[in-house]
Write a protein that binds this ligand. Sequence first.
Ligand SMILES: [Fe+2]
Ligand SMILES: [Fe+2]
Length: 409
Amino acid sequence: MAAEMAMLKPVSKFTPKLGTNCPRSQHAKFFTITMSTASPQRTTAATTAAKVSKKSGKTQIQETLLTPRFYTTDFDEMETLFNAEINKNLNQSEFEALLQEFKTDYNQTHFVRNKEFKEAADKMQGPLRQIFVEFLERSCTAEFSGFLLYKELGRRLKKTNPVVAEIFSLMSRDEARHAGFLNKGLSDFNLALDLGFLTKARKYTFFKPKFIFYATYLSEKIGYWRYITIYRHLKANPQYQPYPIFKYFENWCQDENRHGDFFSALLKAQPQFLNDWKAKLWSRFFCLSVYVTMYLNDCQRTTFYEGIGLNTKEFDMHVIIETNRTTARIFPAVLDVENPEFKRKLDRMVEINQKLIAAGQGDGSPLVKNLKRIPLVAALASELLAAYFMPPIESGSVDFADFEPRLVY
Ligand SMILES: [Fe+2]
Ligand SMILES: [Fe+2]
């Protein structure tokens, strides 16, 4: 997984509170990054992750509606969906072919660091440094979220459908690499996310399998378009290259593209998720959630995008339009994001979101702050609804002859 799906939260099943005195967080070690996975079902949850500096100073990820989340699902239903005796739409030969592709492991030797990383980090100062660290943290969390979900799916589907299970395990291998590489990047800034603690302590958002398919497909594809767009921009404008991690994005994003293609194959094997009016409504809902989440998040971080020479809104609209075009190949309906009215609505949401953030800051009682927020939340909801009900574009087909090309560029 590469992108964030933070606003999406139809059902939240795992939200118990945990005290902040978790022993694991007290003793988190700087360089102990382990990619072990704990079953989300067994998870005791908390809302914070430890981030520990070399000087032992601790800070925490600030959890908001837009923070990347961890996901879990109904694994029993997943097993039913991928049981070839029950589901006659499963095209096992297609999955076999995909498995061979994942086994090839194109990026096995890609993620190798060099001394440029630390030197570049040391040179980065001021607001860009701060926002860049946040970029690394959020990206690492989003990648790690994919690792956890895919790892668990690989484990749970082993008996029912070993081929699909192995693909999930190999995708978790990719995501572990991505998260690990980003976390190594944080070490250049004398920071690290304790991913073992995150695994156990963070709350998991529950999605039914069909929602996992929509959301994860979109997350992979939007991640692909974000990475390739940044890569191509910095290749053409190397004077904006602040840190070598972006040079790795070209091959990296092909992992995300392959992951998205796998979800496309999974969706084709579940035509009930693509061929009725409910599927159209959910498709549009997930498109909107993913696009709005990205737009609002990025517009809060223009320092980062401007720091690498991009216009934040132009970059986001390019990513949204390309992702939407890709998604239209499989989803039965998508949003008309190329209608200028869609961008106008996004921009109004940004304004409202800025006011919402301002309303929560400063002095004043929580009651007063909440009262100030009510009309703003209503205005944001009304913009979201208006965007959702814009005339959609009918799209998709479950009768694809072939896969999407492996390399788009
Ligand atoms: Fe990834
Ligand atoms: Fe991915």
